[in-house]
Design a binder for this molecule. Structure first.
Ligand code: BES
Ligand code: ZN
Ligand code: ZN
Length: 480
């Protein structure tokens, strides 16, 4: 729990110092020798009145909001390490140097810095009580507003992390759908679940063809949050929900198998974002669509060379059974544009190894041919602090997925793998504005890159999608 208080320090308090901060002058020479306020430096200091202060260094200048997240994450991690669950944090310096909006980043760093993944057998998760003090009176109201908004957003991130971290055998397709339902239970969001029989009847040829590879059948989750009835705009948020991706008959090598349980990060991100939109009662219309299945080997599995008919009626030549994500996303995007009155489509997926080779683990790929949609997304990720990079799309890329025997094929040439994967999905979007996010690199970190990450799932995408769909965010505070 994070609270904003006016009062004094708790028994344990975090205090921030710039490099060569004049406030350091009052501190004992012993401590000054080892602590100079360098970025992310930290040291505990016992005070004369018996309380403890955790000194955390701000460095010289912070020019990226993720630095503030790192600082508060560092602080909570240090406290956690010393089993201190109740503490205060003086954020006065940070606010006066970088503005009140930093509250978002401070809260995010705190809530993610203490994140721990689910263990087996289950253990209670630690609860923290953190009091933020040092906020000037005139900023108090804004601080409270921003904190209140941020908490559900980061709860969404933590949910996405939980889902991705769960082992495949603890999260089969039906369980993932159930977890989504449970998480959204108190938000007023309506969920609808299509089971395998329904998908078969509807002709969801991509999703059923992939899902039939497993004894745990596929399903399809629809999450409707329509809170702006006067507005015709509805954004489809499509998230890949493969709870386990072995590659199918195009089997992944053993070394690539460990991360396969995280192939539903897109679906988890969509759920987390919609949760936050609903909790914050944001005036917007979004429909989440999550195709859920496993990709495994069984007598009925797809084989390379097979041709299937997708929900749209288009035929697909399956070159590689490991390119399963786009098969299920194609059905989903086609279903959304045909039946849900959506006006634009965003999809998010752990889709290609190519994006990892290109951008690594801290930057996600974006593919879109819609400048306006991209600009909107860009302004959203400037607030969230996540990193994205847009890739080019040209007609020559589209040619790469032309099939000789079907309408389209599910794999292009050796190069441009992320672009062709995106364009494959675009082919099913019925000409609507479309934007594709490939989080194959950013959804998971084996070695954390930033302080607010821990080994495993990152919850990538949740915050940026939330801010994309919250158009009023910049004016909210003025209107209040
Ligand atoms: N889920 C994988 C992509 C992935 C790779 C996610 C690495 C996380 C980390 C996806 O289904 C896949 O296997 N894609 C193939 C596509 C190829 C066969 C065209 C890939 O990128 O190798
Ligand atoms: Zn795959
Ligand atoms: Zn996959």
């Amino acid at each position: 729990m994070i609270r904003i208080v006016k009062g004094n320090a708790d028994n344990y308090q975090v205090d921030f110092y710039f490099k060569n901060d004049t406030d350091l002058n009052g501190i004992s020479a012993n401590i000054r020798e080892i602590f100079g306020g360098e970025y992310l430096q930290s040291v505990f200091l016992a005070k004369e009145n018996g309380t403890m202060s955790l000194l955390v260094g701000l460095g010289t200048e912070i020019n990226d909001r993720l630095h503030i997240k790192e600082l508060s994450a560092k602080a909570v991690k240090q406290m956690k390490l010393h089993k201190i669950n109740t503490f205060s944090m003086n954020i006065g310096k940070v606010i006066s140097a970088y503005g009140i909006d930093c509250i978002r980043d401070i809260a995010e760093g705190l809530m993610l810095g203490c994140y721990e993944q689910v263990k087996f057998p289950a253990q209670d998760r630690e609860d923290f009580i953190i009091d933020l003090n040092g906020i000037p009176d005139k900023e108090m109201e804004a601080a409270k507003f921003l904190l209140k908004e941020t908490i559900p957003v980061i709860e969404g991130v933590r949910f996405a992390r939980d889902m991705v971290n769960l082992p495949g055998n603890q999260l089969r397709p039906a369980q993932f759908a159930e977890e989504i339902k449970i998480f959204l239970k108190d938000t007023g969001v309506k969920t609808e679940l299509f089971d395998y029989a329904k998908l078969k009847k509807m002709g969801m040829g991509g999703l059923t063809a992939v899902g039939e590879s497993s004894e745990f059948p596929p399903c399809f989750m629809i999450v409707r949050y329509l809170a702006d009835p006067d507005n015709q705009e509805i954004t489809a948020l499509v998230g890949k929900g493969v709870t386990c991706d072995t590659g199918g008959y195009c089997l992944k090598p053993a070394a690539s198998m460990l991360g396969i349980k995280g192939d539903m990060a897109g679906g988890a991100a969509v759920t987390g974002a919609i949760y936050a939109l609903a909790k914050n009662k944001v005036k917007t219309n979004v429909i989440g669509l999550i195709p859920i299945c496993e990709n495994r080997i069984s007598p009925g599995s797809l084989l390379p060379g097979d041709v299937i008919t997708s929900y749209s009626g288009k035929t697909i030549e399956v070159i590689n059974t490991d390119a399963e994500g786009r098969l299920i996303l194609a059905d989903t995007v086609a279903y959304a544009t045909a039946n849900e009155k959506v006006t634009r489509v965003l999809d998010i997926a752990t889709l290609t190894g190519a994006v990892v080779n290109m951008l690594g683990f801290s930057v996600a790929g974006v593919v879109t041919d819609d400048q306006k949609f991209f600009e909107e997304f860009r302004s959203a990720y400037k607030i969230s602090g996540e990193r994205y990079w847009r890739l080019p799309v040209y007609p020559e890329h589209e040619k790469m997925i032309k099939s000789k025997i079907a309408d389209i094929k599910n794999m292009g040439e050796k190069h441009c793998g992320t672009i062709t994967a995106g364009l494959f999905i675009k082919a099913f979007a019925n000409g609507l504005p479309w934007l594709h996010i490939d989080i194959a690199g950013t959804a998971w970190v084996d070695s954390p890159i930033f302080e607010y990450q821990s080994q495993g799932a990152t919850g990538a995408g949740v915050t940026s999608i939330y801010y994309l769909c919250n158009k009023n965010r910049s004016t909210d505070r003025k209107e209040r």
